[in-house]
Design a protein around this ligand. Structure first.
Ligand code: FAD
Length: 549
């Protein structure tokens, strides 16, 4: 029997991972991978750091090359070859050699599409001017680096405050440029919840990034060969030697659409849990594929490297005749913002609200390790869970150390169907310089489980305005802390005096306690509840209040 011929479109995360895995599963298959650009298997995630000269050598970004694919995996890699059409009836693709212009037809038994995303080009006048760059490929980084050197660039405007925009802002600053960051939404990282970004905004400003939030770029202008003028909707004009467009991407579905493959409601190519498209001979993986959000069960786009690689592996296994399945993705991601780390897994509060998913949340500010060991740094941690059974839904964290470790642990628990009760029990490694005997993950579990068991019910600052029954807000910090600044309408009954002042607290009205971060108020809530007072803990205390007000 003739060996099967598998063609792969796109030679980076999903495509290359599919090709290499398929060879490991099937020694006989003929595998040909087409890549329209000059490189395969390059590290897109490292591109901003090459612009910033943190990764000095361009070659370091090239994880593999066609020779390696040929020698190690017997895979035929054709760079500078763009697949321009698919004939599903004939099971062929049309391929254009982008250097010679020669067009050929290649037949397949199975076709894998991994063409990634297409950058969104907003309708801004001047977006295609000289000096306006994107940072999606190695040639893009080369062009930016050369421009900075040849023009002796001293300033840049980064348009878009998602993770690529933030990484570009940091790296351009690292090269000594004055950087202005423009974001249309009132916060950077718009997929995350706004209160989680307060500290990130302050830190960006501390590092010299000029933030323009809630501002839309209307036009990019300027004299030929001279600096750019970036005009904002607010009327402000920013002058810079270059601009970086980092406003995100959309699934690159051109080929799939033209071939009549089903496109899902999110705009990605519809796939089943084996990464098959509406045509059983065609698979789609990576940024182009619409997949299942493993938490909400809804269709989703998750344009991240981990899911792309895993989908490539699943497609390869299925093509090789195995029973592999992709179980969905939950958008676990991390970004460095100068000295801060921002990490997330699962849907944010605003996404859950939009999807109509019921949730409860906890905020806490544990140290990355015990306070008595020098250098402890707080982590701002938010965990969302299902009220009816404590099933974990998502988490976000911001801090200087130990952030991604906690999010990775929670992400793993979520994937295993874990609850806040599992979070209480999870056993993590501990020594003073690394964590605490009660790790932040355990602490979040204790708080959430205390809520569900009714031991210390939670309430939130955003509930205060809507609260019926007019709860009494009790600040349980010491008087000097209260005097230094407190919430309007709160009374001060310090924890240290609480047992002697129980008469001052009502039994016919809810009592909402808070302290600095929520720990002393938890102790207070336990005292009060055991004395017949309906007390609740304002999650995250003053620290959270300051972020939300
Ligand atoms: P890609 O890896 O983009 O590969 C698609 C390839 O297909 C491209 O090389 C393209 O040239 C080629 N192609 C397209 N059309 C054709 C055609 N018709 N014929 C032939 N070839 C074609 N994710 C993370 O998880 N963490 C990060 O830190 C991170 N950082 C990133 C930083 C940057 C600057 C960028 C751009 C992305 C980053 N990502 C990150 C996202 C991640 O790189 C993508 O989610 C992942 O690469 C998607 O894999 P893919 O195979 O779908 O597409």
């Amino acid at each position: 029997m003739a060996s099967k011929r598998v063609l792969i479109v796109g030679g980076v995360a999903g495509g290359a991972s599919c090709a290499a895995r398929l060879r490991r599963m099937d020694e006989e298959a003929e595998i040909v991978m087409f890549e329209k650009g000059p490189y395969v298997s390059f590290a897109n995630c490292g591109l901003p750091y090459h612009v910033g000269d943190v990764i000095k050598e361009e070659g370091s970004l090239q994880v593999a090359n066609p020779t390696l694919f040929r020698n190690r995996f017997n895979i035929d890699v054709r760079v500078n070859h763009e697949v321009t059409a698919i004939d599903r009836e004939a099971k062929t693709v049309e391929v254009c050699d982008t250097h010679s212009g020669e067009v050929t037809t290649e037949s397949y038994d199975t076709l894998v599409l991994s063409p990634g995303s297409k950058p969104i080009i907003p309708p801004i006048k001047g977006v295609d001017r000289e000096g306006v760059f994107r940072c999606l490929t190695i040639p893009d980084t080369k062009a930016i680096r050369e421009w900075i050197v040849s023009r002796q660039a001293r300033s840049a405007v980064v348009i878009g405050g998602g993770y690529i925009g933030l990484e570009m802002a940091e790296n351009l600053r690292h090269r000594g440029l004055e950087v202005m960051l423009v974001e249309m939404q009132p916060q950077v990282m718009p997929l995350l919840d706004p209160e989680m970004m307060t500290e990130v905004h302050a830190h960006l400003q501390e590092k010299g990034i000029h933030l323009r939030l809630g501002a839309q770029v209307q036009e990019i202008d300027g004299p030929e060969g001279g600096p750019l003028t970036v005009r904002l909707g607010t009327g402000e004009e920013l002058e810079a030697d270059l601009a970086i467009m980092a406003v995100g991407g959309r699934p690159n579905t051109d080929l799939a659409k033209a071939a009549g493959l089903e496109i899902g409601t999110t705009g990605g190519v519809a796939t089943d849990d084996q990464m098959r498209t509406s045509d059983p001979n065609v698979f789609a993986v990576g940024d182009v594929a619409e997949i299942k959000d493993s938490i909400t069960g809804r269709k989703a786009l998750v344009p991240l490297a981990g899911p792309a690689n895993r989908q490539g592996r699943v497609a390869a296994d299925v093509i090789a005749g195995r029973e592999a399945k992709f179980r969905g993705a939950q958008s676990t991601a991390v970004v460095g913002v100068f000295d801060l780390t921002v990490a997330t897994t699962g849907s944010s509060e605003k996404q859950l609200r939009r999807a109509g998913v019921p949730f409860q949340k906890v905020y806490l500010f544990p140290g990355n390790h015990v306070g008595y060991y020098p250098g402890a740094q707080p982590i701002h941690l938010k965990v969302l869970f299902r009220p009816k059974d404590g099933q974990l839904l998502s988490a976000q964290a911001v801090g200087r150390a130990g952030v991604e470790k906690r999010i990775d642990v929670i992400a793993t628990l979520i994937q295993m169907g874990g609850t806040v009760f599992d979070m209480e029990e999870v056993e993590l490694c501990y020594a003073p310089q690394f964590g605490a005997a009660k790790d932040p993950v355990n602490m979040a579990g204790f708080i959430a489980a205390n809520h569900l068991r009714g031991d210390s019910p939670l309430t939130h600052w955003d509930d205060v305005a809507e609260a019926e029954g007019d709860p009494l807000i009790v600040d349980v910090r010491e008087p000097e802390e209260f005097e230094a600044g407190h919430v309007e309408g709160a009374i001060n009954v310090p924890l240290s005096q609480m047992r002697d002042r129980l008469d001052e607290l009502p039994k016919d009205r809810e009592v909402w306690c808070h302290c600095g971060v929520g720990q002393r108020s938890y102790y207070a809530v336990r005292v009060l509840r055991q004395n017949g007072i309906d007390a609740r803990n304002l999650s995250g205390g003053m620290n959270e209040y300051m972020r939300q007000k």
